[in-house]
Write a protein that binds this ligand. Structure first.
Ligand SMILES: *Cc1c(COP(=O)(O)O)cnc(C)c1O
Length: 367
């Protein structure tokens, strides 16, 4: 927390706007829209809820296919299953670690030839790095498939000077506890389409029709953000730029401390730049470094330092065992060799040095 949050939460208490919705929610939506550069914005209870709503608005129904990046957190794909649709996973490119547009092109050409196109593409911007948005967007336009951007991890990043999440038909962000800013739990749905957000707002509010009694024509959800949590979000939003600067500085510091080690590499910043470095991620080449990623992780754990492997690709997850994947070798390799280092903005220089020392001490360690 930055210290600014309490003032907005206090306002909610002072005005007794504690129940769902209220002035903080309206202000948070407006202020968030200004930060990411999008006019139509809906605050919801989680990033996962925002993806669910985006898929509904894209017209996804039971039996449909939805293309999803395979290298991601499961919440990118779970809402596809809520709708009875089937995720088809696409591998990463090396440049950005995000969806490979060439593989997407192959998949869409093959589906088009069978006359059965996917209903949506969920493009993830992993660890704060924007994907190759232009290439993916071009394919989505050509085949007239709505693009949903999962920018849960990429708030504060930029692609050609604009926030990821604002290029597609809809974009989503997350304010879960581990994200770059948090409301303890929450999310945002954004879209250039006023109607889309208006309808999603209705669905997120139990699909209540405008009538004095409770009238329902559609099935709704309880997905709105509370006025208290929106107050936390307003305070957090004010320190976003500072948080991104700090995350990038932490990344640079790790690089200074570790870049000379053979077999240690860092998640690249794609040529389009704007990586927020939400997490600092390294890859370990065991033959060159002398031990593997897991050995480093266990050494960190023994020193009471929490580090995690890169996301396990969705096509390797038992829950998606039936899922189809295009490619997969790149994401599998990044999972096998990738390690997310502690990257919290509260870290001190000493903390960073301590992490780097443990990593360094593993060089050449025999398994
Ligand atoms: C965190 C996250 C989500 C889900 O957001 P919640 O707010 O936790 O529901 C979705 N996609 C990705 C890539 C995430 O990292």
């Amino acid at each position: 927390m930055s210290g600014l949050e309490q003032q907005f939460v206090q306002e909610a208490f002072d005005s007794n706007w504690v129940a769902p919705l209220g002035p903080n929610v309206d202000a948070f939506e407006r202020e968030f829209g200004e930060v990411v550069g999008c006019e139509h914005v809906l605050a919801v209870s989680s990033g996962t809820a925002a993806i669910h709503l985006a898929l509904i608005e894209a017209g996804v129904r039971a039996g449909d296919e939805v293309v999803v990046s395979t290298l991601t957190f499961a919440a990118s794909a779970f809402p596809v299953v809520y709708l009875g649709a089937r995720p088809v996973f696409v591998d990463s490119e090396r440049t950005s670690w995000n969806m490979d547009p060439e593989l997407l092109a192959e998949l869409l050409a093959e589906r088009a030839s069978r006359g059965r196109l996917p209903k949506a593409v969920v493009l993830v911007h992993l660890y704060g790095q924007p994907a190759n948005i232009d290439a993916v967007l071009e394919l989505c336009r050509r085949y007239e498939i709505p693009l949903i951007e999962d920018a849960a991890e990429a708030l504060g990043a930029s692609y050609n000077g604009r926030s990821p999440g604002t290029f597609g038909r809809a974009g989503i962000f997350s304010f879960n506890g581990n994200k770059i800013i948090t409301t303890s739990g929450g999310g945002m749905l954004v879209s250039p389409d006023r109607e889309l957000i208006a309808h999603a707002r209705k669905l997120a509010t139990q699909a209540r029709e405008p009538a004095p009694h409770y009238e329902h024509v559609e099935v709704g959800y309880n997905y709105r953000m509370s006025n208290i949590l929106a107050g936390v979000g307003r305070g957090q939003l004010r320190v976003l730029a500072e948080r991104v600067r700090r995350r990038r500085a932490i990344f640079e510091r790790y690089r200074e401390l570790l870049a000379d080690l053979p077999g240690i590499d860092f998640m690249p910043e794609a040529p389009w730049g704007g990586h927020s470095r939400w997490l600092t991620v390294i890859t370990v080449e065991p033959d060159e470094f002398g031990c593997d990623r897991e050995q480093i992780r266990l050494a960190l754990e023994a020193a009471n330092i929490d580090a995690r492997p890169v996301w396990k690709p969705m096509h390797l997850q038992p829950v998606f065992a039936e899922g189809e994947v295009v490619g997969g070798a790149v994401a599998e390799d990044l999972f096998a060799r990738g390690l997310c280092l502690p990257s919290g903005t509260a870290m001190s220089e000493q903390d960073i040095q301590r992490v780097a020392e443990v990593v360094r001490a593993q060089q050449g360690a025999v398994r």
